[in-house]
Design a protein around this ligand. Structure first.
Ligand code: ATP
Length: 349
């Protein structure tokens, strides 16, 4: 069993708080993604779990054992970084075998274990090459193979795809998902890419400035973002957020009038997703504004208008065509809307 508990884990450097009172139980075999913009404390959290950074306060428990005072090598975690961390003078086979040697795994097991790990990441044909003779994607797969060659209690992956080009990122992402399904090892994965988070995670932790904003399954976070920060971070495009006011149950903003919010009043931020709205006949619809831009995406057409003080996107059919400045109307019923408190950003409905 390798469940992980973070209990009020805090990291401070002087007055600066890098991670604040992080509290979470991570289940055995769970794939947990830490998601947030640069500097939000993801890597610091990971480094504290690995033992590369000491928490200022709080406890870290792995598999029932408090590990705060254990050296990294005694925590039985394997790490994969964005910078690969391969040994340039060793070939692929030797790089993958390295953790077995360090941990004193009997020599006669090495061949079979390296073969199995390299086959899992499809590196069988490259075992005699040095890292310098590999592409970025192949190097990242060596780093993955080196992590999986022994079965650790926990995998820690820090932006392992960020040095790969877009196409390779997608295929390697699928490979990581498949590997994690095969290996069934508790994994904590750090990324600032919300698509990676949504596709890989059992649960996502969204962080901002060292503070956890929301923890949930990808669906929960997508369907019910806890605040405007999460709403604006998740989804492609992110949720449209319009500032306005609810008057007599109707949300009013520049170019927007959405009835159906009884029991709410005053200034609020109203959000909806581009893919939940539909194009309405001219002169109807809750959002009406001139077209700001139109983008052809292949499977759909994204129409953007300026409404409620923001640029607001609506996903239209792939053959929908309009022109910049032409009038545009969208059906945005209250049922697809999310309301947030404008000053705190917190979800209210
Ligand atoms: P990125 O995606 O850019 O790697 P991150 O979310 O992983 O960002 P961290 O590396 O955890 O962010 O850093 C969190 C904050 O702590 C940052 O503001 C960073 O500047 C600060 N920080 C990190 N290490 C130190 C340190 N040794 N001393 C002081 N501040 C630090």
């Amino acid at each position: 069993m390798a469940d992980i508990q973070l209990k009020q884990v805090t990291k401070r450097w002087g007055d600066f708080v890098g991670v604040q009172e992080f509290d979470l139980n991570i289940a055995d075999r769970e794939f947990l993604v830490l998601l947030g913009p640069s500097g939000c404390g993801k890597t610091t959290t990971m480094r504290m779990i690995a033992g590369l950074e000491d928490p200022t306060s709080g406890d870290i428990v792995i598999g029932g054992t408090r590990v705060n005072d254990l050296d990294p090598k005694d925590r039985d975690v394997a790490m994969v970084f964005q910078s690969y961390g391969l040994y340039p003078n060793m070939n692929v086979w030797e790089n993958i075998r390295f953790p077995l040697k360090v941990r004193g795994v009997p020599e006669e097991e090495h061949e079979e274990r390296v073969r199995r790990a390299s086959a899992m990441v499809e590196l069988d044909d490259f075992l005699h090459r040095k890292p310098a003779a590999l592409s970025g994607g192949q190097r990242q797969r060596v780093a993955l193979a080196r992590a999986i060659v022994r079965t650790p209690k926990v995998f820690l992956m820090d932006e392992p795809l960020s040095n790969l080009d877009a196409k390779l990122r997608v295929s390697t992402r699928a490979q990581i998902k498949n590997l994690s399904h095969e290996l069934q090892v508790t994994t904590i994965y750090v990324t600032h890419d919300q698509i990676e988070a949504m596709t890989l995670a059992d649960r996502v932790v969204v962080m901002k400035k060292g503070i956890v904003q929301q923890v949930g399954t990808p669906t929960e976070i997508y369907d019910r973002p806890a605040n405007t920060f999460v709403a604006g971070f998740i989804g492609s495009p992110a949720m449209n957020l319009m500032e306005g006011e609810v008057i007599d149950g109707t949300f009013e903003a520049d170019g927007v009038s959405i009835p159906g919010f009884s029991g709410v009043k005053g200034p609020v931020t109203c959000g909806f997703r581009a893919e939940d709205a539909t194009v309405a006949p001219e002169g109807s619809g809750e959002v009406r504004a001139p077209v700001y831009s139109m983008e052809l995406l292949g499977d759909s057409t994204m129409v953007t208008v300026r409404a409620g003080g923001a640029l607001v996107a609506v996903k239209a059919a792939k053959d929908f065509r309009t022109e910049i400045k032409a009038p545009f109307a969208a059906s945005v019923p209250a049922s697809i809307c999310h309301l947030f408190d404008t000053s705190s950003g917190d979800r209210i409905a």
